[in-house]
Write a protein that binds this ligand. Sequence first.
Ligand code: JDK
Length: 242
Amino acid sequence: MSAPLRIDVITIFPDYLAPLGLSLLGKAQREGLLEVQVHDLRDWTHDRHRTVDDSPYGGGAGMVMRPDPWGEALDAICGSRPGQTPHLIVPGPGGDPFTQEVATELATDAGWLVFACGRYEGIDERVYDEYRERYPLSVLSLGDYVLNGGEVAVLAMTEAIARLVPGVLGNEASLEEESHTGGLLEYPVYTKPPRWRDREVPPVLLSGHHGQIASWRHAQRIERTAARRPDLMQAYEGTSKD
Ligand code: JDK
């Protein structure tokens, strides 16, 4: 067995990350395929109120995370494994898009990921400047909407990355099939009963004609992609697969 994927998360809301211990990711941790450690940023403050934020220089609404607790936390955590280098990931609404391709790269290339969860209006820019010089650092966005902090983004990214680690999904055939998606949306799926509230399963799926089933599914994928994702459809037509 290969070395486990190691994930550290730094947050002011450690309880927010509790779901990482559930379901498939919890099982992967118990099986030693994955190691997740969640850290409270306030453990690296020194004042009575464990302050992590202050008002923005230059004015404006809201608060900004101070660089000093982040510096101490990142030095301690990123330096905790001699001879190993983490890939730092900071979720942010202005980051590069987090895509399946990025998930695959992070699951494959990096053995150690450190996620830094901002809150308020974000983290003092000097933290990015400092740690970009020391480690590979990616600012990544889940999508074009504004969350209240990085925690939900870390849950989504961690799930997308960890399920790509060999042995975590528990069904390598599903991943195999996923890697052949070829830029189209998925076909609809059905199971028993064959009639539910007067709604029939498409008869071709009950026919046993594997060739016809495959072409019906392909046609469904084209139809859905054209209707819902013109961006993907254009790219697909560009590849001249059809
Ligand atoms: C991390 C703090 C909240 C609120 C400023 C941004 C344009 C200016 C940050 N995909 C995605 N969406 N949201 C996040 C994310 C939000 C975060 C943090 C990740 C840390 N916040 C926040 C407001 C602003 N505002 C939109 C105008 C910045 C990731």
